[in-house]
Ligand binder design. Sequence first.
Ligand SMILES: Cc1cc2nc3c(=O)[nH]c(=O)nc-3n(C[C@H](O)[C@H](O)[C@H](O)COP(=O)(O)OP(=O)(O)OC[C@H]3O[C@@H](n4cnc5c(N)ncnc54)[C@H](O)[C@@H]3O)c2cc1C
Length: 321
Amino acid sequence: MNSLEKKFGKRLKKGVSLAKYTSFRIGGKAEYFLAVKTGEELMEAVGFAKKDGIDYVLLGGGSNVLVNDAGVSGLVIKLSITSYEVSKKNITARAGLTLRELSKLASENSLTGLEWANGVPGTVGGACVMNAGCFGREMKDFLVKVKYFDGKNIKELAKRQCRFGYRESIFKENSEWIVLEAEFKLKKGDKKKIIKQVKDYLDMRNERLPLDYPSAGSVFKKYEIKKGEKLNLYLEKIIKKEHPEFLAGHYIPAGWLIEELDLCGKKIGGAMVSVKHGNFIVNIGKAKAEEVIMLISMIKQKVRNHFGIQLAEEVIYLGFD
Ligand SMILES: Cc1cc2nc3c(=O)[nH]c(=O)nc-3n(C[C@H](O)[C@H](O)[C@H](O)COP(=O)(O)OP(=O)(O)OC[C@H]3O[C@@H](n4cnc5c(N)ncnc54)[C@H](O)[C@@H]3O)c2cc1C
């Protein structure tokens, strides 16, 4: 019996199917699985895992991950720490709180800024790692600081030190770091207007996104056009004519590229490119991670061949190393 097993006894589960912990409903089993309820437990779990030579990985809401069909070796830690404090215009939330709960908390306290977050699945921790966002707003716009555990000590980074970028952060670069809590600074607003804005955003998401099937949200990042970059002439011609706003904004939505190639509805096994939104791959029934990966490769190849653009995944692969 290793020290993790001795410490956590029956709470440390073996062979738990991870599919039910992901929004994609895909993936094999975790060798070890532990839901931690306090920061102390988390530190103990990491300490014992290290002592036993067991790798660990964090799972928040599982809404941006694709888990290997073969499962994940080592310890999967599910953060279930959800407490929070509200002080005047600031909210400090533990990493396991969902974005929906965070946004709701802000509205209840007449604080504006996080209306967009209500419809984004996942947790505060995962959203800090991913610098999640929509409707032109991102986590970084409202963060003051982030507390994290680096595997040895609890530390804190001010927002400017977190190296936030488009779906990027210092936490994504350091996969052994664990986000524990985040402090947000918001503004006082009119409660009725805030609630109305939340509803409007939710309505827009319901209309645009294929929320009736399991998925991991956007599979690819939008393509950022670099300064001075020469686009493929064919692509430039279409964009200039039909979407000059892409050139002005220096980006091309991945979903648009995929839709232009008529890939919506393309299926491999139980995985399908959504007919509603080109950047979503949906699980239409017992999809395997392998099938999703084949679709991803096919999309990348076709986009590269037709438009000379290399798409990069936003979705995170778990258990593939
Ligand atoms: C239907 C749908 C719609 C979506 N819409 C959007 C959208 O509009 N905008 C957007 O940005 N995203 C969107 N997403 C993706 C997803 O909701 C966000 O990326 C979310 O922030 C992920 O949070 P999570 O807790 O689920 O993270 P997970 O998916 O559990 O994990 C993501 C990564 O973060 C790591 N991680 C998780 N928690 C921690 C922690 N506490 N410390 C350190 N590492 C951690 C994981 O190991 C993994 O590498 C959508 C997803 C779905 C399914």
